[in-house]
Design a protein around this ligand. Structure first.
Ligand SMILES: Cc1ncc(COP(=O)(O)O)c(C=O)c1O
Length: 402
């Protein structure tokens, strides 16, 4: 594949493995468990409903969206400065350049700065697509989405709506205010349903029959790994590997994480070109169809609201959002640490499940610079048990309240 480096673009890398953090005591993603499954099939839920194409993960659906948008050598993807690498990898894989626009503290796009980039394009890397995510399940405002749509229309740029953090399975199972604006829309069902993989692609305008992937493969049967994971979770013991909450456990670790910078001229190790083929998993589709969607939605909302309550008294961290909009089904609970140097390590050492986008392409966006190390993502999924919840809340308080 042709690779066109973006001059000067640097990827900031972080590897915590030298710290030997314990495995998280609570899974980051939902596990198959009987409370959120039902015997009856829900006909409205399907992994690959009409008008969508299935991929192994959202990143490969993004690759196809970007390819169909015309990204390739000599073109550029316009993407937010706050991102995970898998959002940019597909463009790098296509040989396109990356241009980053700044985001505001609440993770909305800085539309003035974005317009400036679009209107003052120079050089031979024409912006061909704009990628806009709805972070952590909170949809961008309708006003912003309509403005971005207009900017794209005027500049003949394809709008790719990244719904990886939104609970949606395509045009027939839309989410409020998301998954309806982009020329191409991508979602990542394994982030919401207890399945091991899944990425979906659809379009608000294009006829899939005419634009179908060159790489389509027929659906695959259940894979052994999926069956094994399912078996372990449904019939196994709920995994709360609760650690002692003794203060000694929270002592900072003296082995340092490995941090470095590298040229960003090809996709990161998180992108596997061999997985670009479209695919459907029968087991994943079955599990989705037997999901009790009302229970899933209610428990995610309840857990997010519980996190808001717990975080009210924290001195060392503040939630990114102060409320959960009506009808929103959250993916994660984003929490901003005041002193990440001390507390990220301590939280990880205590076994708390934490995500963080510490691998990121460098930019001069102040929000991205700050959030890369300070914004952590806590799970709020439907399979967190009462005891797991109590343990997570008290451990977080113990570390961040003083
Ligand atoms: C906002 C966003 N978009 C896209 C992706 C890629 O999704 P997937 O993990 O399904 O490849 C991710 C991955 O976490 C993401 O956070």
């Amino acid at each position: 594949m042709n690779q066109a480096p973006t001059p000067g673009l640097r990827r900031l890398r972080f590897d915590a493995s030298p710290c030997n953090f314990p495995r998280a005591a609570v899974p980051m993603l939902a596990q198959p468990e009987l409370a959120c499954l039902q015997w009856q099939v829900n006909p409205r839920l399907a992994m690959s409903p009409w008008g969508t194409e299935s991929f192994k993960r959202g990143r490969y659906a993004l690759h196809e969206a970007m390819r169909r948008s015309g990204l390739g050598p000599g073109t550029a993807l316009l993407a937010p400065s706050y991102h995970c690498l898998t959002m940019l990898d597909p463009a790098l894989r296509l040989g396109a350049a990356i241009k980053l626009f700044p985001v505001n503290a609440n993770l909305t796009p800085d539309i003035g700065a974005l317009k400036n980039i679009v209107h003052h394009q120079h050089g031979d890397q024409r912006i061909q697509a704009l990628l806009i995510p709805h972070y952590f399940g909170i949809a961008q405002s309708l006003e912003n989405m309509l403005e971005l749509k207009q900017i794209c229309l005027d500049a003949k740029i394809s709008l790719i709506e990244d719904c990886a953090h939104i609970l949606t399975l395509g045009p027939q199972h839309p989410a409020p205010d998301a998954g309806i604006h982009g020329d191409w829309i991508v979602s990542s069902p394994y982030k919401f349903f207890p399945i091991t993989e899944g990425g979906l692609l659809w379009s608000s305008q294009h006829d899939h029959a005419n634009a179908s992937s060159e790489t389509h493969t027929p659906s695959t049967g259940p894979r052994w790994r999926e069956i094994l994971v399912l078996w372990q979770h449904i019939f196994g013991i709920k995994t709360l590997r609760t650690r002692s909450t003794n203060r000694a456990d929270f002592l900072p670790n003296f082995s340092q994480a490995h941090e470095w910078e590298e040229a960003c001229d090809s996709a990161s190790p998180y992108y596997k070109p061999n997985d670009e083929l479209t695919q459907e998993s029968i087991l994943a589709s079955r599990l989705i169809r037997h999901t009790n969607i009302q229970a899933l939605q209610a428990r995610r909302r309840e857990n997010f609201i519980n996190w808001l309550e717990v975080c009210k008294t924290l001195r060392q961290a503040t939630p990114l959002h102060t409320e959960l909009p009506a009808g929103t089904i959250p993916y994660m609970f984003p929490l901003l640490l005041k002193d990440f140097k001390t507390h990220f390590d301590t939280l990880k050492r205590a076994g708390l499940p934490l995500g963080r986008w510490d691998n990121m392409v460098d930019s001069n966006c102040p929000t991205a610079k700050h959030y890369r190390m300070s914004l952590v993502h806590l799970p709020c999924h439907q399979s967190i048990s009462k005891s797991q919840w109590t343990w997570m809340a008290s451990t977080l308080r113990q570390i961040l309240e003083k």
